[in-house]
Ligand binder design. Structure first.
Ligand SMILES: NC(=O)C1=CN([C@@H]2O[C@H](COP(=O)(O)OP(=O)(O)OC[C@H]3O[C@@H](n4cnc5c(N)ncnc54)[C@H](OP(=O)(O)O)[C@@H]3O)[C@@H](O)[C@H]2O)C=CC1
Ligand SMILES: CC(=O)[C@H](N)C(=O)O
Length: 261
């Protein structure tokens, strides 16, 4: 097992990519605290990990967490330290995010607010909570799942693309600021990942139709292009970052379906 003994906080783990990353970390023997708002779905993830990997030396515990609240993120971090008897964690992985296709002329302002709150403020809350104890401990990795939208322009996703660029910029500047402290920052930029809940709450059918995607269904359903990557591919990218040799920092991984334009 590649991650035996590593203590890892994982937020946004109740479905999709985060649930897949949780399984990968557990499979590799990590001690994981998983967080999200839907506690019942987190409990399903714990059960799935135990059922699928009965011989793992890993541990996994669910904690209700809303990344838009700094107190809630602090509670999750503190729970990890108490549960696993440490003053900091080896890594925090942030998979929490929302994505809404919206045409700017349709002014879906509540969805824009939520995008900024979860994607941007969620990232600053994770960093604000994790960086001070990590610097004190002289070690720690902060991994944010952003998107290929962090480096590519997708029409009908202006606020989402901007939110992902925010996290890319935040990460790169913080990474440079913390050089020499032992704390490193990383992003994973996925293309389309199948089977996740990301499009379930979309409502702007005009924007979705313009992109040729179906909303209200798991990502991938109704896509013209069949080949997509899956959450386990992202889990493997996270594990690659967490297991690099000490003198190496894999700062970013852009990972897309081979045939995505
Ligand atoms: N699927 C894809 O094609 C791609 C996804 N991504 C990114 O990956 C990340 C995960 O998305 P994906 O797995 O696809 O979608 P899902 O909708 O399946 O997962 C989103 C996760 O974020 C959590 N979340 C949302 N709001 C909050 C909140 N306020 N506090 C805590 N957790 C929250 C959800 O949990 P809950 O609702 O229980 O709180 C859920 O666990 C997102 O950042 C997305 O932008 C990037 C590129 C491609
Ligand atoms: C821009 C995209 O559609 C990307 N696959 C994402 O979900 O972030």
């Amino acid at each position: 097992m590649l991650l035996t003994g590593q203590v890892i906080c994982l937020v946004g783990a109740s479905s999709g990519i985060g649930a897949g990353v949780a399984e990968g970390l557990y499979r590799e023997g990590a001690k994981v605290i998983i967080g999200a708002r839907r506690l019942n779905k987190l409990e399903d993830v714990v059960k799935l990990c135990n059922d699928n990997h009965p011989n793992s030396q890993g541990q996994i515990h669910p904690v209700e967490c809303d990344v838009t609240s700094r107190e809630s993120v602090q509670k999750l971090f503190d729970t990890a330290c108490e549960q696993y008897s440490c003053s900091s964690v080896d890594a925090i992985v942030n998979c929490a995010g929302v994505m809404y296709f919206t045409k700017m002329k349709n002014a879906q302002m509540d969805q824009w607010d939520q995008t900024v709150d979860v994607n941007c403020k969620g990232a600053t809350n994770c960093m604000g909570v994790a960086i001070p104890p990590m610097v004190e401990a002289k070690k720690g990795k902060i991994i944010s799942i952003t998107s290929d939208a962090g480096v590519r322009d997708f029409p009908n996703l202006a606020v989402y693309c901007a939110s992902k660029r925010f996290v890319e910029t935040l990460t790169e500047i913080t990474r440079r600021e913390l050089v020499g402290t032992g704390v490193t920052l990383h992003t994973i930029l996925p293309g389309d990942v199948k089977g996740t809940d990301l499009l379930l709450r979309n409502t702007d059918t005009e924007a979705a139709d313009a992109m040729g995607v179906s909303i209200g269904v798991p990502v991938g359903e109704g896509f013209a292009r069949e080949q997509l990557i899956d959450p386990n591919d992202i889990a493997n990218a996270v594990i690659t970052m967490l297991t690099s040799p000490p003198h190496v920092a894999i700062n970013s991984i852009l990972i897309e379906p081979r045939d995505q334009e």
